[in-house]
Design a protein around this ligand. Sequence first.
Ligand SMILES: [Zn+2]
Length: 112
Amino acid sequence: MFLCDFCACHPPSWTYPCTDFESPEMSFSVSKGNWAACNDCYQLIEARDTHALIQRSATAFLSRTAEVLPQEHLPSLEHICEYLEKLYTEFERHRTGDPHPFDQEHTASHAP
Ligand SMILES: [Zn+2]
């Protein structure tokens, strides 16, 4: 099942063409190919509202993580936001063009 690569809680509607890159702080983790975005994230990306996009993704990530990790092992929201800011900066640098309607054949998963 495909999910938005940003918030990871909705099926994607858009594909952003992107080249491979190493995730910041996690050189073992490589972003492969295109990124998928749901409609809500797409609108934030297009509006260049990175702050709102990070808040949205970080909050969603934290609530998913809270289901599988005990409270004391949860990363702080601040830490997640810092990481996502670096990740999305890399994404913007490696983007190769404008988004087009989601195409699952050419999209890999990047959810953190
Ligand atoms: Zn999304």
